[in-house]
Ligand binder design. Structure first.
Ligand SMILES: Cc1cc2nc3c(=O)[nH]c(=O)nc-3n(C[C@H](O)[C@H](O)[C@H](O)COP(=O)(O)O)c2cc1C
Length: 214
């Protein structure tokens, strides 16, 4: 532990957001150095929780795999400072997720499934059984829930589990393994459904609410 502590001083360098001298590559190297260092002091599998802001997530995940990670957890949800308009101060407050947040993670899980042997954990926006099922179909090995438990208490897990079972029975799935990753990008007849081009189709299909005119 002592050896790690000595190195950790350097590894603990704090990067100020806004520092234009810090490159994306340097930040990625920093993550990987931390991972390698951690691997020298623990024997348990290490899963790395990533932010959604890597320029090339699949490349970084590959590097994490080579550096000894056992899994990645997508994505970390950083608290965003807010401005209080009454006091004109910058304030920190807990902002919980909603089911709408599932889509960001779900897409990346779907893209990564089959491209890495790391365990894929999905975190962000899982409130209902449908949210967890989407993550599993995309290819998640693990689904996390945080905001839903804070809002509804631990009993929310029971509800989600029983609704997952119900859905699986209705759709004749015998196990989670059977559905896991069945809708990953590589398993889709049209892999571009998870690509950026799909944005154009999505915009084309948008219908303004009744009474709204542009
Ligand atoms: C109050 C609170 C505290 C959290 N603390 C941590 C933390 O210390 N480390 C961490 O990696 N994520 C932390 N998270 C993020 C959660 O683990 C989770 O990744 C994130 O909230 C997204 O999942 P959710 O949509 O189910 O909330 C925290 C989330 C909340 C709401």
């Amino acid at each position: 532990m002592q050896e790690a502590g000595a190195d950790a001083l350097e590894l603990n360098a704090w990067f100020m957001p806004g520092d234009t001298n810090v490159t994306g590559e340097a930040l990625e190297d920093h993550y990987l150095a931390l991972l390698r260092e951690l691997k020298t002091v623990v024997s348990i599998p290490v899963s790395m929780k990533l932010s959604p802001f890597f320029s090339s997530l699949p490349n970084f995940v590959q590097q994490a795999e080579q550096a000894g990670a056992a899994g990645v957890s997508l994505f970390n949800r950083f608290f965003q400072p807010d401005i209080d308009l009454a006091s004109l101060t910058v304030v920190d407050r807990v902002q919980l997720s909603s089911s709408a947040d599932v889509l960001l993670t779900m897409r990346w899980i779907a893209i990564l499934r089959g491209r890495t042997s790391l365990t894929l954990a999905a975190t962000g926006g899982v409130h209902k059984a449908e949210d967890a099922l989407k993550m599993l179909l995309a290819g998640a090995d693990v689904v996390h829930m945080a905001s839903a438990l804070l809002l509804n208490g631990p009993q929310a897990l029971k509800v989600v589990l029983s609704e997952i079972n119900e859905w699986m029975e209705t759709h004749e799935y015998e196990s989670v393994a059977q559905l896991k990753g069945s809708m990953s990008q590589q398993n889709l007849p049209n892999p571009s459904a998870f690509a950026r081009a799909a944005y154009l189709n999505a915009l084309d299909s948008f219908t303004p609410p009744v009474g709204v005119r542009y």
